[in-house]
Design a binder for this molecule. Sequence first.
Ligand code: ADP
Ligand code: MG
Length: 365
Amino acid sequence: MLGGGQLGRMFTVAARTLGYRVIVLEPDLHSPAAQFADEHIIAPYDDQTALALFGKACDVVTTEFENIPAATLEFLAQYCPVRPSANAVKMAQDRIVEKEFVRSCGLSPVPFATIRTPADIAAAQGSVTYPAILKTARFGYDGKGQVTVKSAQEAEAAFAELGQVDCVLEQRVELEREISVILARSTRGEVRCFPVAENEHRNGILHQTIVPARIDSKLAEAAQTASARMAEQLAFVGVMAVEFFLTRQGELLVNEMAPRTHNSGHYTLDACITSQFEQQVRMVCELPFGDTRLLSPVVMVNLLGDVWHDAQPDWLALLQSANTKLHLYGKREARVGRKMGHYCTLAADTDSAIQEAEHIFQQLQ
Ligand code: ADP
Ligand code: MG
């Protein structure tokens, strides 16, 4: 496993449950995944000596982090299969490349203009109207590297502020809902989707995921078909996620994709027969698909460092909800906006799950 964050941690647990041994390569000494791994190689992602050791020791390599340098994945492919491939991961590292890829699949990205120079902002007047969002093409996550701008002047100022790195200027769309699809694709090219998730973001960070999504089944199918098409075009092997915007006008737009398991798929840990992490293990190890059926309506709520204050929150209210499962990631330090854990509340219907999850969330503040 390349990367030692919470996604790597939950993958490691799933892999070891199936009897595999896991080596985590992660530069940070203290990482969520290494706590569960058989071995931890502490090295930067471009350390060739460490990578050679890692590659020789592994039967297959996978990742939890889309910003692993493509060169690292290519290098490791000398030693063993790397799933997903460098090419598939690379596509998700740059919003400009990603949006062009979405178009090449016959799907619609959010309307955007590529911004490489200040002059590109003036030239974007025809294609993007304000308010818009200027996003760095690379290394953005949890809403970082994004600035909402109300005019070309503001966009120019924001572009300067971001150091004139390559950006996209994106239309700010009026959202009816946000949804996501997590899917698995095998080495044989078969695709299996998890049920569509409905996502609510706060300050650019996922707050909660509601499953089943409160959308009609045709739209859910359209999102799954679109996601499968992207996976096929990439010859993707492993688990990936596609985030969609459903606009007030009823359009389905592709926001972005992740070549890995995804925060909006954490509900599968408690509400599906197979979790997204076990499915990743199954795909990279060439095992059959696990069943992706939803066993119960579920709401997953993220626990950010914001609720830690000085010490851990008081978990009593959460633990007293017998149909709620707590997952903590073992991070040593809580910071505002940092993902520390999540919980899943299961109930007989979606509305009850939403209410109960919200009640618990209030108790944690
Ligand atoms: P990240 O890589 O940080 O997840 P996203 O592009 O997915 O970045 O943006 C995070 C969230 O910000 C989205 O899930 C959505 O809630 C909001 N957002 C981003 N872009 C737009 C947009 N063009 N219009 C409306 N909301 C947006
Ligand atoms: Mg996103």
